[in-house]
Design a protein around this ligand. Structure first.
Ligand code: ZN
Ligand code: ZN
Length: 387
């Protein structure tokens, strides 16, 4: 015995087959003698439903109708369950509850009903559900015990059928512009897929049918166009860049064109916080905009929006992961001194325009020279390597 739970149920109406017959003798007695008698056995009051005595009432009344066997189907590949034609991922506890709700019918006149269930696994396919039902009908309390045998049958869900048939609707191609991404960067892009999937409602078409690295990037082949587009939007908001959609007709099904979507996502060669050289100056992208990025100048306060097209000429001078946070040992109005972590020699750097005696500054090395970076809003969220 595994679980035991008690709960109230709504009364599911069942057809009542209680009217229409009675003992001719009882009918004779009650009509001739005029008094109140049980219509079946002639017993004196108290009488209950259909003017029957308690014994006769109990003999003819069933509080609950419970089928002996109830089949259910589980996907043999992934283990999800089919309930009334829909495949759902539910726990066993939820499954037994569902089967109880769907198959146990309580008398439509019953009040104050409660149902308790104990689950007894017999084998992988068979589970006994022991059910105790209690309820009041016409002020008589009924208590019944029933056993349902839940029988599992193997099936294959839609998702697994489609996967097995290599079904797909969309390909998302992860690529980069300007700079080749390393494996870790592709992994970071790919990992966001799981977040997107988690945030969306369950759908049998939300699956990956194939994925892997390809020349110059990484491809993910998906069962759903909608999922591909959602992921594309997520990638853009998270990493910037843009996506291009191509639809191709691959055939006809029931007279309708079957199309496949290819979504080519290009991640820019830089991340927010990187240092890029653009139009002969150093800048840092600080947020993505609809069609490009907002960039801030390193040398002095200047902020501007630029399009992806503009940024095609930009080069990455230092990646965010190369930025260091160091302690200043001395400083004057415009220059600070620090211990160069690469050779432990005293070095000096021009202080950034945002500097306000906080003694720790952000540094990166560009073309062999240390450059101090102004501290921007985005830097508060990033943990830099420090000396
Ligand atoms: Zn009777
Ligand atoms: Zn499955």
């Amino acid at each position: 015995m595994q679980t035991k739970k008690i709960r109230k149920m709504n009364n599911n109406p069942i057809s009542s087959n209680q009217s229409g017959w009675s003992s001719p003798l009882a009918f004779f007695m009650s009509s001739v003698l005029g008094g109140e008698f049980c219509l079946v056995c002639g017993q004196e009051p108290p009488l209950f439903t259909d003017r029957l005595c308690e014994d006769c009432c109990r003999k003819r009344t069933k509080l609950a109708l419970v089928p002996k066997n109830i089949p259910w189907v589980r996907c043999a590949r992934c283990g999800i369950v089919e309930l009334e034609g829909k495949w759902t991922d539910i726990s066993f506890d939820q499954l037994w509850d569902e089967l109880l709700q769907r198959h146990v019918q309580v008398h439509h006149l019953a009040e104050q009903t409660s149902i308790a269930m104990e689950v007894e696994p017999i084998s992988e396919r068979h589970t006994l559900l022991h059910i105790q039902v209690e309820g009041v009908i016409d002020s008589l309390l009924y208590q019944e015990e029933h056993t349902m045998r839940a029988r599992m049958a193997n099936g294959v869900c839609i998702t697994c059928t489609r996967k097995a048939g290599n079904y797909f609707e969309a390909t998302v191609q992860l690529r980069s512009s300007a700079r080749r991404l390393d494996e870790e960067e592709f992994k970071a892009l790919r990992d966001t897929f799981d977040d997107v999937l988690d945030s969306m409602p369950n759908d049998p078409m939300f699956f990956i049918s194939k994925e892997g690295p390809v020349q110059g990037g990484y491809d993910v082949v998906l069962g759903s166009k909608g999922l591909a587009r959602s992921w594309g939007r997520h990638l853009i908001s998270e990493f910037g860049g843009h996506a291009v959609e191509t639809n191709s007709v691959v055939g006809k099904r029931d007279g309708v064109d079957v199309t496949r979507l290819t979504l080519l996502y290009r991640k820019p060669g830089y991340d927010l916080g990187d240092v890029i050289s653009f139009r002969d100056a150093l800048w840092r992208p600080t947020s993505w905009s609809k069609d490009g990025a907002i960039i801030q100048r390193v040398s002095h306060h200047e902020k501007t929006g630029v399009s992806w097209r503009d940024l095609e000429s930009a080069n990455v001078s230092a990646r965010r992961k190369d930025i260091l946070e160091v302690e200043l040992l001395t400083e004057d109005a415009s220059v600070g001194e620090f211990l160069d972590p690469t050779n432990w020699q005293m070095s000096s750097v021009r202080l950034p325009y945002t500097y306000a005696q906080q003694s720790r500054i952000l540094l990166c090395k560009i073309e062999g020279e240390w450059i101090a970076l102004p501290r921007l809003g985005i830097d508060e969220k990033i943990k830099y390597g420090s000396q």
